[in-house]
Design a protein around this ligand. Structure first.
Ligand SMILES: Cc1ncc(COP(=O)(O)O)c(C=O)c1O
Length: 394
């Protein structure tokens, strides 16, 4: 080769051209255009194609952080002159995204279809304030499973409403993807609906997939638009390769593409564990919130003073449990949140409920006695207005 380079100038140009073409082809193959794709490799593409297949949508794209998937993509989809209808219990990332978008935000009562329909009807009838021009876009924001309530979104009704009023639907499946439905494909799978009826399918890889990051799935126009307009796509680095590998491996496992039934068995096991644990707690007299099929099981403690003490007492008995209070919940609705896993065995679940764990703590903290809890609910409105007045005066 060196001989040819020396021999004539025109041959040298040809060699440089070949070299240039070779580098271009290599870059194209592994997608190494840092200024365009931010270190995106072909495994990222494979993961996105797999996610689209898993969700049953045309196309999907992944982001390095679940929180940013919401907070940075909602502003790319809506803006001034658009209306966002948001469930009152939506996650902070959805709330932030809605606020950053500059759209008008109206909040409907949690999972309440009458409240949602009234807002949709008003929006169509009155249009934008003052000008009464039609809204440029109406976007409904909901979650699959609400992480503090354990409630499952009433998706068939939401879809019917969005179709009737020609709105768009954004569904956050952070807690339902990989956990709900016969194939673990989330709330759409659970209700046996068509994924194409949800305009923006969002979810995270942080929970069921044991990884990190988030995704948006939907029509190809949607993902292509977001690739060039979303701040989290243009200005953020893509996922690190080990995270991508983890997502591919766990997704293939859930889909059965690893050649085993491990994933399907786990989804089934999770559903069984959920039903069993919820039934046990109800039988024992605890007050639990949410849908029977939801693996997020909030157990009410009510009083803020019980939060820390309950968590510590459980830990003393070797049970780690998440306890939640204000501002994640209303101030007098403190709770313990059990997140059931497919890896929990019946023995483990029984260990939590039998003495000296919940059975004893239930008496210790008076959370088990329904009558005392109900008597609490009589004073709840008093405390609510008391704390509310303190909050609003400060
Ligand atoms: C409903 C919902 N959306 C988004 C997120 C943010 O996801 P990540 O923790 O992966 O950033 C969470 C986190 O808990 C969530 O519960």
């Amino acid at each position: 080769v060196s001989g040819r380079i020396k021999s004539s100038g025109s041959e040298m140009i040809t060699l440089y051209q070949i070299l240039f073409l070779f580098i271009l082809t290599y870059c194209y193959k592994v997608n190494v255009y840092p200024f365009l794709y931010k270190n995106k490799f072909y495994r990222h593409e494979e993961m996105e194609e797999l996610a689209a297949k898993f969700l049953g949508v045309e196309s999907a794209m992944a982001f390095g952080m679940g929180f940013a998937t919401n907070s940075m993509n909602i502003p790319a989809l809506t803006g001034k002159g658009c209306l966002i209808l948001s469930d009152e219990l939506n996650h902070a990332s959805l709330v932030l995204g809605a606020r950053l978008s500059g759209s008008t935000i109206r909040v409907f009562k949690h999972n309440n279809m009458q409240s949602l329909e009234k807002m949709l009807r008003d929006a169509i009838v009155h249009g934008q304030p003052r000008t009464h021009r039609p809204w440029k876009k109406i976007l409904i924001l909901v979650e699959g499973i609400y992480s503090m309530e354990g409630s499952i979104v009433r998706l068939p009704e939401v879809i019917a409403l969005k179709k009737r009023y020609r709105a768009y639907l954004y569904l956050d499946e952070a807690h339902s993807i990989g956990a709900l439905g016969p194939g673990g494909r989330g709330v759409v799978d659970y209700f046996g609906l068509d994924p194409r009826d949800v305009d923006v399918m969002m979810g995270t890889f942080t929970k069921s997939f044991g990884a990190a990051g988030g995704y948006i799935g939907g029509r190809r126009e949607l993902t292509e638009y977001l690739r060039s307009h979303s701040h989290s796509a243009v200005y953020a680095a893509s996922m690190s390769p080990p995270v991508v590998e983890q997502i591919i491996a766990s997704m293939k496992c859930i889909m059965g593409e690893d050649g085993t039934t491990l994933g399907r068995d786990r989804v089934q096991q999770l559903a069984e564990n959920t039903l069993y644990f919820r039934r046990r707690l109800t039988e024992m007299g605890f007050i639990i919130y949410g849908n029977n099929d939801s693996p997020v099981v909030p157990m009410m403690l009510y009083m803020p003073a019980k939060i820390g003490a309950f968590g510590r007492e459980m830990l003393k008995r070797n049970i780690g449990v998440v306890v939640v209070g204000f501002p994640a919940t209303p101030i007098i609705e403190s709770r313990a949140r059990f997140c059931i896993s497919a890896a929990h065995t019946k023995d483990m679940l029984d260990t939590v409920t039998v003495p000296p764990c919940l059975a004893q703590n239930g008496y210790l903290f008076h959370t088990k006695d329904i009558k005392s809890a109900h008597s609490w609910s009589c004073v709840i409105p008093f405390f609510h207005s008391f704390f509310h007045s303190i909050a609003s005066s400060s």
